[in-house]
Design a protein around this ligand. Structure first.
Ligand SMILES: Cc1ncc(COP(=O)(O)O)c(C=O)c1O
Ligand SMILES: Nc1ccccc1C(=O)C[C@H](N)C(=O)O
Length: 422
């Protein structure tokens, strides 16, 4: 499509946008009395209006029924999390039995590593990417130390080449090859939080398996953002948070994926009664009999108030479908890239787009690497109603989330940006 950086053109794109009506389904913060242009759905998604209904339902059940809400509520609490399996499995490309919701993301990655990082004398190394999201770095280091190993000789970081901002798939595959039969686990972010680069999860998973390792993914920035086929790709495990593209609210529960091939295995895990055989859960038996499926990794009864907005959000995703979201995502991200380029050609721009331009490596996020005066530009945008974020040392991230961003938002952002650069 031949884009134009004009208001008329942006309006025309909005008119053709089949998802345009969903903008009104979200609550927008205001700056200077006006609704903002919201580009931080990759950090905290906006509140869907429906979320309140789902939370109120739980609150009302609790008020009216007390403990009886566990079994007699309008959506009983004891199996509240089971309502996620079907819709979430479609979002991440899994079978319903491979998916559940529990805890929060870093907690779940820790729990999954209990099962999937089982170092032996010969096979003990972990591959991750350099400068992974800090929580992942910390948790991998401490898991390694928990096995009495030294992070310095156990963790192998895939590096970017000097002067490059993104990882090359060939370098990741090469690192996997070279660690070979010492490799116990590959754990990486499916989408890099800093650059927005989408990794080739299928190829990397395959390469990890070829040398006999498990492969798991942190999908914080991928869930609800890109199309995945976790089951078909044979991914061993994955986890994601629900507060970014999934719009489930701050600190809301995390989703996990455990591939069917591991459901009947005897993998060690940390356990609790909610992972126990459902039919027998309330018989108070002494021996743990895990549910054969992702639910077998559950520990506690579900945090229902935290799950409620997530359930509302998942219903919206199901109504729209990932294909429609992705179709708009590609066009609106490309339009944003075009507007940025157009502005850079008109005024002195101190930014460089570091997100890959290749469609298979780019999703909803575009990262601007600032050369000098970056923080001033960030502050200027925020004061003028464009909510972006700043990630040290010098990146502004822009995520035009397809659910609630309009093409006019992109055009208006461009005008605000241009005024700030001249
Ligand atoms: C890639 C990635 N991993 C992990 C986390 C940590 O998530 P949480 O604080 O929910 O454990 C985040 C975001 O906070 C993230 O972006
Ligand atoms: N949960 C948060 C609480 C406070 C501040 C940031 C976060 C984020 O989620 C950051 C996000 N993971 C990121 O990619 O930057």
């Amino acid at each position: 499509m031949q884009f134009k950086n004009t208001l008329d053109f942006a309006k025309q794109l909005d008119q053709q946008d089949v998802l345009a009506k969903y903008k009104a389904e979200f609550n927008f913060p205001k700056v200077n009395g006006e609704e903002v242009i919201y580009f931080t759905g990759n950090s905290l998604g906006l509140q869907p209006k429906i979320a309140k209904e789902y939370v109120d339902e739980v609150m009302t059940n609790w008020a009216d029924l007390g403990v009886e809400g566990h079994f007699n509520g309008s959506k009983p609490w004891w199996d509240y999390q089971e309502r996620f399996a079907e819709p979430l499995s479609k979002i991440v490309g899994a079978k319903p039995s491979e998916v559940t919701v529990m805890n929060t993301l870093s907690v779940n990655l820790n729990l999954l590593l209990v099962s999937f990082y089982r170092p032996t004398k010969q096979r003990f190394k972990i591959i991750c990417e350099e400068k992974a999201f800090p929580s992942d770095q910390y948790l991998i280091q401490e898991q390694v130390r928990n096995h009495g190993l030294d992070p310095a000789t156990t963790i192998v970081e895939v590096k970017r080449r000097p002067g490059e901002h993104n990882f090359r798939t060939e370098d990741i595959l090469q690192t996997i090859q070279s660690v070979g039969n010492e490799l116990a686990l590959v754990l990486m972010g499916g989408i890099n939080y800093y650059t927005g680069q989408v990794l080739d999860m299928q190829a990397i998973t395959k390469a990890g398996h070829q040398v006999g390792a498990y492969v798991g993914w942190d999908l914080a920035h991928a869930a609800g953002n890109i199309k995945m086929h976790l089951h078909d790709w044979q991914v061993d495990f994955a986890a994601w948070c629900s507060y970014k593209y999934m719009n489930a609210g701050p600190g809301s529960a995390s989703g996990i994926f455990v591939h069917e091939k591991h459901h009947k295995s005897n993998l060690p895990r940390f356990a609790g009664w909610w992972g126990h055989n459902k039919e027998r859960r309330f018989l108070m038996e002494p021996a743990f009999d895990p549910i054969q499926g992702a639910e077998g990794w559950q520990i506690s009864n579900p945090p229902v108030l935290s799950l409620a907005p997530y359930l509302g959000s998942v219903a919206m995703f199901n109504e729209v479908g990932m294909d429609a979201l992705i179709a708009k995502r590609d066009t609106i991200t490309a339009y944003l890239a075009f507007v940025l380029q157009d502005i850079a050609s008109q005024v002195h721009a101190n930014f460089e787009v570091i997100t890959p331009a290749e469609p298979e490596q780019r999703a909803s996020q575009i990262s601007l690497f600032l050369h000098g005066q970056g923080k001033e530009l960030f502050t200027y945008l925020m004061q003028n109603g464009v909510i972006v974020d700043w990630r040290e040392p010098n990146v502004i991230r822009l995520a035009p989330v397809p659910f609630y961003t309009s093409y006019q938002d992109i055009y208006n952002f461009g005008q605000i940006l241009k005024a700030g650069l001249v």
